[in-house]
Ligand binder design. Structure first.
Ligand SMILES: [Zn+2]
Length: 513
């Protein structure tokens, strides 16, 4: 029995917001209240001195790619590169001895050349192995000539988008059981260091379809061996239309068990990204009137998949960034009958009057990534133009519709640190403090609500609202100790908060000594 004392406790439970002490036992929270009261009832409890620090519920990242985070630890990080020349130098310096060179995170918005890299740039490095480099959005990549030759595909620019990327991604040797476990555990370590104790993860997006069952098996083996240190709710992405049709009838969503790895909703990747101009818009992009983005599935196919999931009482989680994709998703949602389902929209970045009315009517759960503000503050105005911008990234408007808004990061697209997202949501600024008065400042959220979206609402999305998200008696003992109280620091300092210790099921899992 551990009795946490001598710190500030924020439970996110409005009925008991700041108890003096918290008692954890057998993986659960046993009691919260005054120290004297708890000690009288449980005289043998071991005291844990919080030394004036702050205790919060563990964060729940409502949409990320856990395997992708682990894989990236073995690839070249190009996210801080500010020119194509610097990108080439970085590839040369980190060639390693693998058969293929994989980089990620580049963003032409940061390049002084102001353009995307090409196969010619990669060829010019003189590196004699296949190279593929993923854009930060992971919806497009650039390959060198050698990679295209090996994959049997060709584009003069070397640029590939969405499913066109698959032959090139297939050049990377598939991970075996041991590699998959390694990716999961190394990603978990990063997440726990940021106080993330639960994730909702689309892992299958990251691997070939033939490995889907193996990914589930590896998670279940890790759990059986007591080696899975955080809770994972899988957003199961079957990727190909035929595979959805084949797999949905036998797929069982786990809404009730206390397992750490649980099968969650069926994930559908509806459109692409705004940065890559592949998110599907109703009107052309303001900075490229030749395109409205793309759809990965026809509206009829989306409707059919929604119906099929509904027949089998499965939730759908659909990636929708552009306003047209959002509309298609909401129209597919409209006729579904099972009121018990918690269908969700991932991203929901660009709305309009019509989709806002449908969101209000249908009340899907939203998975929102406030960390996107850091880059999109600079990119979205030119992509969308002033009119559409007024109803984009409109977190406060969505909150006012009484929707459950579960925050996350889409990592490895963005950093897994929840305090960055919380900072963006309550300041509407990028990490450099731009713009000074906040971007679309009417959409600023309160700190309490931002933390609630990262804890309580994420738990609701996975049917765990009576088990986690807040600190209450009977809930999982998933909580974090933070160096400063977020409710007393200046808003601009929220991004610098540090997690000192992370507990999952009452066990200290970060830092490990
Ligand atoms: Zn994603």
């Amino acid at each position: 029995m551990l009795l946490f004392v001598n710190g500030t406790i924020h439970t996110m439970d409005p009925l008991n917001p700041h108890p003096e002490a918290l008692l954890a036992h057998n993986g659960r929270i046993l009691d919260l209240g005054s120290l004297r009261h708890i000690q009288e009832k449980h005289p043998g409890a071991t005291l844990v001195d919080m030394k004036g620090k702050t205790l919060l519920p563990g964060f729940n990242d409502s949409h990320l790619h856990l395997l992708g985070i682990g894989m990236r630890l073995n690839q070249i990080d190009l996210s801080s590169v500010e020119s194509i020349e610097a990108l080439k130098e970085k590839l040369l310096r980190h060639q390693g001895d693998g058969d293929i060179l994989v980089g990620y995170g580049w963003n032409q918005e940061h390049f002084k050349e102001g353009r995307m890299p090409s196969s010619h740039d990669l060829d010019a490095t003189g590196i004699l192995k296949p190279i593929i480099i993923h854009r930060t959005c992971v919806h497009m990549l650039v390959a060198n000539t050698l990679a295209m030759e090996k994959a049997g595909v060709f584009e003069p620019s070397g640029l590939f988008k969405e499913s066109g990327m698959n032959p090139l991604k297939d050049l990377v040797p598939p991970p075996d059981e041991k590699a998959l476990a390694g990716y999961i555990l190394s990603a978990a370590k990063v997440l726990l260091s940021h106080g993330v104790t639960s994730v909702q993860s689309d892992d299958l997006f990251m691997v070939d379809t033939s490995l889907h069952q193996l990914v589930f098996d590896v998670y279940e083996t890790l759990e059986r061996e007591n080696r899975l240190p955080l809770r994972v709710y899988e957003q199961t992405n079957f990727k190909q239309y035929e595979d959805y049709l084949k797999n949905i009838p036998d797929y069982r969503q786990d809404r009730t068990s206390d397992r750490r790895f649980k099968r969650g909703p069926v994930k559908i990747l509806g459109d692409g990204s705004l940065g890559g101009r592949t998110a599907r818009l109703k009107e052309p992009y303001s900075d490229d009137t030749g395109t409205r983005g793309l759809l990965n599935f026809s509206p009829e196919a989306v409707r059919h998949l929604f119906q099929l999931c509904d027949e089998h009482q499965l939730d759908v989680a659909v990636h929708a960034i552009g306003d047209e994709m959002l509309q298609i998703a909401l129209e597919a949602l409209e006729p579904l009958k099972h009121a018990a389902c918690r269908h969700s929209i991932i991203h929901c970045q660009v709305t309009d009057t019509e989709t806002l009315a449908a969101l209000d009517r249908l009340k899907p759960v939203l998975h929102i990534q406030p960390g996107f503000l850091n880059g999109d503050i600079h990119m979205a105005p030119s992509r969308l133009g002033p009119k559409r911008l007024r109803t984009a990234y409109n977190y406060k408007t969505l909150e006012n519709l009484d929707l459950v808004i579960a925050f996350g990061t889409d990592a490895p697209v963005e950093s897994t640190n929840p305090f960055l997202g919380i900072y963006h949501a309550v300041t509407r600024k990028d990490l450099k403090g731009f713009p000074q008065d906040g971007w679309l400042p009417g959409q600023t959220l309160s700190l309490y609500d931002a933390i609630k979206h990262y804890t309580v609402d994420g738990a609701y999305a996975s049917y765990d609202e009576n088990k986690k998200g807040a600190l209450k008696a009977g809930y999982y003992a998933d909580f974090i100790l933070v160096d400063r109280d977020p409710f007393t620091v200046a808003k601009d300092d929220l991004k610098d908060l540090r997690v000192l210790e992370t507990f999952v099921g009452g066990q200290s899992v970060y830092p490990l000594d």
